[in-house]
Design a protein around this ligand. Structure first.
Ligand code: TXD
Length: 308
């Protein structure tokens, strides 16, 4: 296997992403974290699972960026997670410094890497990574939309008792409470979503989706969601390394699409070996466009607060 993925931040999402990635036997993995011994311990433990599942993946843990050398993809999860009652935006300045350093240090050792960002506040942290690395927009992609859409799909599956595989939902916009679940573009085995249940049930699902991250933070008491966010990373990495041209909602740099410029924003993105290959533009009605513009205004404000 010739591919390599570095994950900076070996906490809940980082280590679980390593787990999903190793199961797919996609690439060798380097796990990097500031906590002494922790990435080494998790890497060794995960490697010791490989004989059982029969996957030949090398997994190295380190406190030193030297371990990231020669990566095709760098995943950045390093940062502080939300505590109950804390907004994603409270994390802005602390996490910006962490993401900047992680980008600079990894880029020195992997000049062609494609970056997948997870650290919150997500859309602003993608911007930090792009600026810190002087990267073209193709190479910085934020993970949020696959997760938010998967949450909506899961809630629809619970409601209808239908296989999750039959359910397609698209949540666009910023990764905050103003995200935009596009019910008109969502469907269950081809049947428009709004024909599958009463309007108030659908409205409840839209609301629960928007608050989906907070629901889990409140239940866990410490830390935030990690299984679903990290499997989304694995899906993105697979699409990139296998050049799948997979269309999935991701945070990407807007260059006029959807009438938006100079912010990272969740839109349907086609992923392949170049990273972002193309932004897919849906036809939106006035109400949908207004919801996206509202979400974009929030992201713009937060991005401006970075003062980059
Ligand atoms: O969908 C999404 N985008 C998200 C994002 C879903 C879930 C979590 N989301 C955000 O990702 C969350 O709000 C945080 O900003 C990050 C990481 O969440 P995670 O749950 O993985 O947090 P952990 O378990 O605290 O792990 C973070 C690790 C931890 O081990 C720290 O020691 C490490 O980051 N860390 C660092 N590593 C390297 N370098 C530096 N400077 C550093 N600082 C902290």
């Amino acid at each position: 296997m010739s591919h390599k993925i570095t994950i900076v931040g070996a906490g809940m999402t980082g280590a679980t992403a390593a787990h999903w990635l190793a199961e797919r036997e996609l690439a060798h993995i380097a796990l990097i974290d500031v906590v002494e011994g922790m990435p080494q311990g998790k890497a060794l433990d995960l490697f010791q699972a490989m004989p059982v599942i029969g996957k030949d993946v090398k997994i190295e843990g380190s406190n030193d960026y030297a371990a990231s050398e020669g990566s095709d993809i760098v995943v950045i999860t390093a940062g502080l997670p939300r505590k109950p009652g804390m907004s994603r935006d409270d994390l802005l300045s602390t996490n910006a410094d962490i993401v900047k350093k992680a980008t600079e240090e990894t880029l020195k050792r992997s000049p062609n890497a494609i970056y997948i960002i997870l650290t919150n506040p997500l859309d602003a942290m993608c911007y930090v990574a792009m600026k810190a690395g002087g990267l073209p927009r193709e190479r910085v992609i934020g993970q949020a939309g696959i997760l938010d859409s998967a949450r909506m799909r899961a809630f629809v599956a619970m409601e209808l008792g239908v296989s999750v595989e039959n359910i397609f939902c698209y949540v666009l916009g910023g990764h905050g409470d103003s995200m935009v679940p596009l019910t008109r573009h969502s469907n269950v085995a081809g049947v428009p979503l709004n024909e599958t249940m009463p309007a108030e049930r659908l409205a409840a699902i839209v609301d629960r989706t928007r608050k989906g991250g907070g629901e889990i933070v409140a239940l866990l008491k410490s830390g935030s969601a990690f299984y679903a966010p990290s499997v989304a990373v694995a899906q993105m990495a697979e699409a990139i390394l296998k050049d799948k041209q997979l269309i999935a909602p991701c945070a990407v740099y807007m260059n006029g699409e959807y009438g938006l410029k100079d912010i990272f924003f969740g839109v349907p993105a086609q992923l392949g070996r170049k990273g972002l290959e193309k932004v897919v533009e849906y036809t939106l009605n006035a109400e949908e466009k207004a919801m996206l513009d509202n979400s974009a205004a929030e992201v713009r404000e937060l991005t401006a607060a970075l003062k980059l």
